[in-house]
Write a protein that binds this ligand. Structure first.
Ligand code: CTP
Length: 403
């Protein structure tokens, strides 16, 4: 289940080259379960044909404020009342100026003016146009009026220049809309998340690691941010872009991760240990490259310290959530870890299976806490993260109310 499931979204498309990205955005919104009606300005139709959006959204595209047939069927007021949210992507500098002025000359302008639901803009324009004081003032005033400004991003622009002004990518816009629809159950809370694998050096060129991609931890960090939390992410080496709003601490070894997490944990309300921390590290890191010989090589490994148990044992400990990666007896092992590590909650997942677990986009979790348990069936890691954050906030609030 996505937060966008069954949400009624008006996608406003204005006349900028990024209008082509609105086609993919329409598909992604539909895939997330939203019902989309597209409203295009006259200028937008010079970039993409309305028929494209009609085919992608499965709904007639709305174009003209003065179309009498249209006005009698779904006029601007009914369109505004139909929607749960209006997203204008791309939003040109001109559209932002019109919205600020309260103009109602085009259908999209009139719909936004009549809206009583959240309005979000994904600005897209040349970097100098974005930084022009007029646009900056328009953006500031719209933000003051609680219009959600999503982006713009920095990067290469269609005009050949580079800087801020690129429209956010469709996937990021969908995530931003999910955040707008998320109840802020963790408002005022700070959450520390550890994610990814650790790397234990053998010599200057080799290391021991595991198959963790960090996807589950990064999805949890994003879901906690969407629920209103301030998030710190302690991350092992991964190939993922962290959430923009998170404070990120990059680490490499289990010892680095231990020091960072223990240093930060007491200052946070909740700790979620998703990292696949190495249990063993080479007793010695060779200064030079280990040369090959004919006989077998034995490497002595020492135990690392368990971060989760150490966090749970702190005098001023956060609400502590562990993960368990298991290849067998999932529930029994997870319960044992919940008790032996002194945790408030544990989320167990199968690893080494054809679906879910390490380095996959989807996962299923069996979550257990003193006095309760819940199974979260196979879904994308983003959806699983939303459900787990809901469980964590419920249990965290219940614990806070009883102490
Ligand atoms: N963990 C940790 N520090 C370690 C090892 C693990 O904090 N040195 C945490 C992980 O982040 C995870 C939980 O412990 O939240 C369980 O990790 P898992 O690998 O499933 O179990 P282990 O405790 O390492 O035990 P085993 O490998 O024997 O299953």
């Amino acid at each position: 289940m996505s937060r966008l499931t069954e949400k009624r979204i008006i996608l406003g498309v204005t006349g900028g080259i990024a209008a082509y990205k609105a086609c993919d955005l329409t598909r992604q919104l539909i895939r997330a379960g939203a019902c989309v009606r597209v409203v295009m300005t006259r200028a937008a139709t010079s970039f993409v044909a309305p028929l494209t959006f009609q085919a992608l959204s499965g709904n007639q595209v709305h174009l003209d404020l003065l179309d009498t047939e249209e006005e009698s069927a779904m006029g601007h007021i009914r369109l505004a009342r139909w929607a749960d949210l209006i997203l204008v992507a791309p939003a040109t500098a001109d559209f932002m100026a019109r919205l600020r002025a309260g103009s109602a000359g085009e259908l999209l302008d009139a719909v936004c003016l009549a809206a009583e639901v959240p309005v979000a803009l994904a600005p897209a324009m040349n970097r100098a146009m974005w930084y022009n004081p007029a646009t900056q003032e328009n953006a500031a005033i719209l933000a003051e009026r609680r219009v959600h400004l999503l982006g713009p991003d920095k990067g290469m622009q269609a005009c050949g220049e580079s800087g801020f002004g690129r429209m956010m990518e469709p996937i990021e816009l969908c995530q931003a809309l999910e955040a707008i629809f998320t109840e802020k159950t963790l408002a005022g809370c700070s959450v520390l998340v550890s994610a990814g694998p650790t790397r234990e050096s053998l010599d200057p060129v080799r290391y021991l690691t595991n198959r963790s991609s960090g996807k589950m931890g990064y999805a949890l960090a994003q879901a906690a941010i969407n629920a209103g939390a301030k998030v710190t992410l302690v991350s092992g080496p991964v190939l993922l872009e962290p959430p923009k709003e998170a404070i990120v601490v990059k680490v490499e070894t289990a010892a680095d991760m231990f020091n960072s997490v223990i240093g930060l944990a007491s200052g946070h309300d909740i700790y979620i240990g998703t990292a696949a921390v190495a249990d063993y590290t080479p007793a010695q890191v060779e200064e030079g490259k280990i040369k090959k010989h004919d006989e077998a090589l034995t490497i002595l490994l020492n135990r690392t310290r368990d971060i989760l148990s150490a966090v749970a044992g702190l005098p001023s400990r956060p609400f502590t959530v562990g993960f368990a990666a298991e290849t067998g007896h999932l529930e029994a092992h997870a319960k044992e870890k919940l008790e032996s590590k002194g945790l408030d909650m544990i989320a167990a997942n199968w690893v080494g299976q054809p679906e879910g677990g390490f380095d996959r986009d989807e996962n299923a979790l069996w979550v257990c806490w003193p006095g309760g348990e819940k199974y979260l069936p196979m879904a994308s890691k983003q959806n699983i993260a939303i459900q787990l954050i809901e469980l964590i906030s419920e249990n965290y609030s219940a614990q806070k109310n009883t102490t």
